[in-house]
Write a protein that binds this ligand. Structure first.
Ligand code: UN1
Length: 509
């Protein structure tokens, strides 16, 4: 190990200690998940895998029997403590996200801010879990809905938002009276340990049972144990469409619930009236930011034929000046891909694009960033490829900074291209024409869960419901009324009269 490599590991060790835990060091013979940093490619730690998932679920089930009866505003106090602790540890946790997921500092911090924001939301929500009172057809009766806690919830998260997605789910679940078992990505176990330590401290400060939110570490088998267990009332899973297609039928077979947040293939339509400076800035952030590794990343530009050449030229110029390198350096805007597998996906997609008639106008290759990065660190130039049509490679999601550019002549054609992919997460239009903007947002416009005007498809705030349609899986997390997904509804009819009228006018004896 070189001195430089020691730095990333040392930083991770210091951060874990600052949040109240330690850098693990599993016995070489024990089952473990390898924590590495995409910045240097180095191994940071061997994290012991959870061997008894059944016992964890049993504790979650046991804790649920008490937690469900704690008044919701009192449950909110745990979330308030969590938010306070996250404020305190924001810099450290944000840095650990950079170290383990490769995000630039500002995005690592932004992810922790997203956690803080959902905590604030959750505290307010804990006093706003409401049901309807509904007019009944029977005299002397009242009909109402109540929302009750659902049960223990499994939260399965991906490497690219290693901490925020946990918080969207866990905050809503805890406020709703559910308990949580979290399986973070095998690629980001250390941020999992750090967040778990912070969560346990929040529970302690609020006087709650720490078993309301637990962590399991491991590979696919650990995930499967959660997916197949009838005690887990809801499986909230973020990841690939392939993963979701396996999880959904298994949970359905035991009549459990799923909340899926799967692949995206997000487009931006750029109309002739678009404010071009604003558009270029919006597109570059969404396509090259996070090295193209958000589920909301911009993957397709659908540009009007009259402005496509100018737009591509402007984008290529902006791409040429993007600083690529260690995300821990202050000036960097594009960090590494998560690992070799991601790099292989990048090169395979570019070969396919070339075969399908594409021509690269920016990037396309690996970058040697020097410094501390080793052979096992994968940095690439964000890439723009002009495509003659929406071919197979454009219609599939590659988790890398590749932006395909297509053209259109008529606005209906642009909407059709936006929708003609299997995924349905996010979408956007850049236009100053009110008719186009509203058309895009209408029922015959974008078919995605998120549709924006003059903003790229990524970078949503927590206040809205987050998720998408079609192969994205249909789930909604985070703001608005997404909390309903974590609760069960009961419909109650109360007869306060001394008669017994039956519904639908039925007479019975
Ligand atoms: C994800 O990539 O899984 O809207 C989530 C965004 C972020 C969340 C992305 N707030 O880009």
């Amino acid at each position: 190990m070189t001195t430089a490599q020691t730095t990333v590991t040392d930083r991770a060790r210091r951060i874990l200690e600052a949040v109240g835990t330690t850098l693990p060091d599993a016995d070489p013979s024990a089952e473990a998940v390898i924590a590495r940093s995409p910045i240097t490619g180095e191994t940071i730690a061997r994290v012991p895998a959870t061997t008894d998932v059944d016992a964890v679920i049993a504790r979650a089930q046991q804790a649920f029997t008490t937690w469900r009866s704690v008044p919701a505003p009192v449950r909110g106090a745990v979330v308030r403590e969590l938010g306070e602790l996250l404020r305190e540890h924001k810099a450290d946790l944000g840095e650990l996200v950079s170290i383990e997921a490769g995000k630039i500092r500002s995005e690592g911090l932004g992810e922790v801010q997203e956690m803080i924001d959902i905590c604030d939301f959750g505290v307010g929500l804990s006093r706003q879990l409401y049901g309807l009172t509904i007019a009944t057809e029977r005299p002397g009766h009242r009909m109402m809905e109540q929302w009750h806690p659902l049960g223990p919830i499994a939260v399965i998260t991906a490497f690219n938002f290693p901490v925020a997605v946990w918080s969207w789910n866990t905050v809503l679940a805890l406020v709703s009276g559910d308990t949580v078992v979290w399986k973070p990505s095998e690629k980001t176990p250390l941020t999992g340990l750090a967040v778990q330590a912070i969560m346990e401290e929040a529970a302690r400060r609020a006087g709650a049972d720490p078993a309301i939110a637990q962590l399991v570490i491991g590979d696919r088998a650990v995930g499967e144990a959660l997916v197949d267990d009838t005690r887990i009332a809801l499986v909230s899973a973020t990841g690939s469409t392939r993963m979701g297609a396996q999880v959904a039928p298994r949970v359905a077979a035991r009549f459990g619930r799923v909340l899926l947040e799967l692949g995206g293939n997000n487009a931006a339509i750029v109309a002739p009236s678009a404010d071009i400076d604003l558009t270029v800035r919006g597109l570059v952030f969404s396509a090259a930011g996070t090295a193209g590794q958000r589920c909301t990343s911009l993957r397709r530009v659908i540009a009007h034929e009259s402005i496509a050449d100018e737009l591509v030229e402007r984008l290529a110029k902006a791409y040429a000046s993007l600083p690529i390198g260690s995300p821990l350096e202050a000036d960097t805007l594009v960090g590494p891909l998560i690992d070799q597998q991601a790099y292989n996906g990048f090169t395979a997609a570019l070969s396919a694009a070339a075969e399908q008639g594409g021509s690269i106008v920016a990037g396309g290759d690996r970058v040697a960033v020097g410094g501390d990065s080793g052979d096992d660190a994968y940095y690439v130039h964000p890439t723009i490829v002009r495509m003659p049509e929406q071919s197979a490679v454009v219609r599939s999601e590659t988790f890398a900074p590749i932006l395909y550019v297509l053209t259109y002549s008529d606005f209906d054609e642009a909407i059709a291209l936006n929708n003609d992919v299997p995924q349905g997460l996010s979408s956007s239009v850049f236009t100053t024409d009110l008719r186009e903007a509203e058309r895009f947002l209408s029922a015959s416009g974008s078919d995605c869960g998120i549709a924006n005007v003059n903003i790229g498809p990524s970078g949503a705030e927590i206040g809205g419901a987050f998720g998408g349609e079609k192969e994205t899986g249909g789930g909604r997390e985070s703001g608005s009324d997404a909390w309903r997904g974590y609760m069960r509804r009961t419909t109650n009819t109360v007869n306060y009269s001394s008669e017994l009228p039956l519904a639908q006018g039925v007479q019975f004896g």
